[in-house]
Design a protein around this ligand. Structure first.
Ligand SMILES: Cc1cc2nc3c(=O)[nH]c(=O)nc-3n(C[C@H](O)[C@H](O)[C@H](O)COP(=O)(O)O)c2cc1C
Length: 373
């Protein structure tokens, strides 16, 4: 039995389940072409919008590393182990008119590879909701295989955009529904992890007709303060704003969010992102039930589009399937979601044999009273 890395996710066929996430690796035609040549199963474009975008007057992304001394810093060179990325980059600063011919050219050059367009507009008026439809139509008309709605950018001043939509169940539903009205291709929604119960927003996306939920975008965070200069390690004129944390540091947190959603909606489609650099990390998301995974930080640090990262992912999955061939596994569907139901309520975790525990509650009626000495 031969191994098969291909997957069908929301009806779209991918040569492998590894995608480049919406971010600098997918901000240009040349990057996307290089990424598809390198072997990524698909790419999600840098988020495209209709509003003018001007980034800060300074670096947009830095990498926080931990050094042998224990120090954590963004500014002490590349010797340390990667802890995380930190960014306050906005969505694409290129207008829709710039993207349109490029999307068409990419699709023409790689007709069999998957191109997902990430889009973003506001939600505060009918005009804003119509902007979602304009973006959706323009991208699908150029051959985009799917749309990813950015409901998750963590650094937005506008209250009707980005993660401010992802924190509001009603808006998650209505924005998804508005796009679904015109979409001829599958619609994914990328949610912010920065909410109390992400299951509620995921449910709202599915109520709106969404075909998949994607998570996580970066986690709200600030850069560290340099103990010598007392300045934030990343700042413009001494000032900083909340930005987004990605990379290894967010893997366990993102898995927690994803596991809540895959348990609540075991039949729905999920794409996992956060802290993936090799197959062992991707495997976590797949065992929790994801049908694809996406990568940003690790790819940024590997020739901008991750040629070695995707090679490691493909090789890792091939070796994993070979190692487990005796179980009859030859593709993702044979092991996807295998550990989804192993995350349970704390009270369901076994206690020492002679102890009794009722989740911190008083003994309920019908339980034997504790034996008194
Ligand atoms: C510099 C930078 C820019 C990003 N821009 C976008 C974006 O435009 N749209 C989006 O949906 N996510 C954006 N992201 C979030 C990533 O797609 C991804 O969700 C996040 O970085 C977590 O994945 P990672 O741990 O592999 O980095 C950006 C991330 C970084 C680091």
């Amino acid at each position: 039995m031969s191994i098969d890395l291909s997957v069908t996710f929301t009806g779209i066929k991918f040569s492998n389940p590894f995608l480049l996430a919406s971010a600098p690796p997918t901000e240009s035609e040349s990057n996307i072409m290089r990424a598809l040549e390198a072997g990524w199963g698909g790419v999600v474009t840098k988020t495209i919008g209709l509003h003018p975008v001007v980034n800060v007057a300074g670096p947009k992304t830095k990498f926080l590393r931990q050094y042998q001394s224990g120090a954590l810093s963004m500014n002490k060179g590349r010797d340390g182990a990667l802890h995380s990325s930190w960014n306050w980059e906005l969505i694409s600063d290129k207008p829709l008119d710039w993207w349109v011919p490029r999307l068409g050219r990419i699709k023409k050059a790689f007709p069999d590879r998957v191109l997902i367009a990430s889009i973003m507009a506001g939600s505060g008026s009918d005009k804003e909701l119509a902007a979602w439809q304009t973006l959706a139509r323009a991208c699908q008309d150029q051959g985009a295989d799917g749309l990813e709605l950015n409901l998750s950018c963590p650094h937005m001043d506008r209250e009707d955009m980005g993660s401010n939509i992802g924190k509001d169940q009603k808006l998650c539903s209505s924005v998804t529904q508005v796009v679904k009205q015109v979409a001829k291709v599958p619609v994914w929604a990328k949610l912010t992890p920065s909410t109390t119960d992400i299951v509620l927003e995921a449910g709202a996306v599915f109520t709106g007709g969404g075909d998949a939920v994607v998570s996580s975008n970066t986690y709200p965070s600030v850069p560290l303060i340099d103990p010598e200069t007392l300045e934030f390690e990343m700042n413009v004129d001494g000032l900083v704003s909340s930005g987004g944390l990605g990379g290894p540091a967010i893997l366990p947190q993102s898995l927690a969010k994803m596991s809540q959603m895959t348990r609540a909606f075991p039949e729905k489609s999920f794409s996992g992102i956060g802290g993936i650099a090799d197959f062992n990390q991707a495997l976590n998301y797949l065992l929790l039930g994801c049908g694809t995974v996406q990568v940003c930080t690790a790819a940024m640090l590997d020739h901008a589009v991750g040629p070695n990262v995707v090679k490691r992912l493909v090789q890792g999955m091939t070796e994993f399937l070979e190692k487990n061939a005796h179980r009859g596994w030859r593709r993702l569907e044979d092991f996807r979601g295998l550990r989804r139901d192993r995350i349970v309520a704390h009270s369901q975790i076994r206690r020492p044999a002679d102890s009794d525990y009722q989740g911190g509650h008083e003994p309920q009626e019908g339980y034997a009273e504790p034996v008194r000495a």
